[in-house]
Design a protein around this ligand. Sequence first.
Ligand SMILES: *[C@@H]1O[C@H](CO)[C@@H](O)[C@H](O)[C@H]1NC(C)=O
Ligand SMILES: *[C@@H]1O[C@H](CO)[C@@H](O)[C@H](O)[C@H]1NC(C)=O
Length: 196
Amino acid sequence: MINSVDVTCVPAVTMALVKDVMACAPSGVLWLASLLLLSAWTHACPHPCKCAGTTVDCSELDLGTIPDDIPRNTTELFLCGNKLTSIPSGGFSGLANLTVLYLDRNQITNEGLPRNAFQGLRSLKELHLTSNSLTAVPLGQLKAVRRELVFLDLSENSILQIPTGAFSSLRRLRELKLRKTGLQQVLPESFSGMDR
Ligand SMILES: *[C@@H]1O[C@H](CO)[C@@H](O)[C@H](O)[C@H]1NC(C)=O
Ligand SMILES: *[C@@H]1O[C@H](CO)[C@@H](O)[C@H](O)[C@H]1NC(C)=O
């Protein structure tokens, strides 16, 4: 695993250290503690990703797992072009403000998507899953994001069938992309329950 250091833990630990040494420590220790605190903050971006504002870009890094120290204020997360085959249960659960998630060009399978894979993504509007190894629409998993999801891209997966009413719980869905999925025929019933 590339990102084994949980950076989000560091500030809490360092805070405790600062508090402890306040009472009786020589000023040198306090200075060291401040330095630690500072370095923890400047490393808020998960290694080896790049961050700008609340956008975290972890694309094209050959990651086998999602970094576990993604800041909670992240609004856009790019994980394109990695080697993800699965998402852990609740893997994005702290990211309540995430609106856009790119998972294009990985090897994610339906088996690799536990029921709670997208749990906690309460603000998610766009989910990009182009070019993965899905063989079915991950219906159960999409329930977690059904309230806000506007855009869903499942292109370039081997999805041969879409069950009746598959997208009916995605109330706000405006755009669904299914390019090159091998779908033989799209039955109108698949989209029953959708407003549009
Ligand atoms: C987001 O959170 C991280 C880590 O807590 C912090 O370092 C960063 O400054 C925050 N970014 C914004 C734009 O608020
Ligand atoms: C999420 O967004 C809300 C509204 O913009 C903001 O008040 C809150 O601080 C954000 N949460 C995090 C963890 O950044």
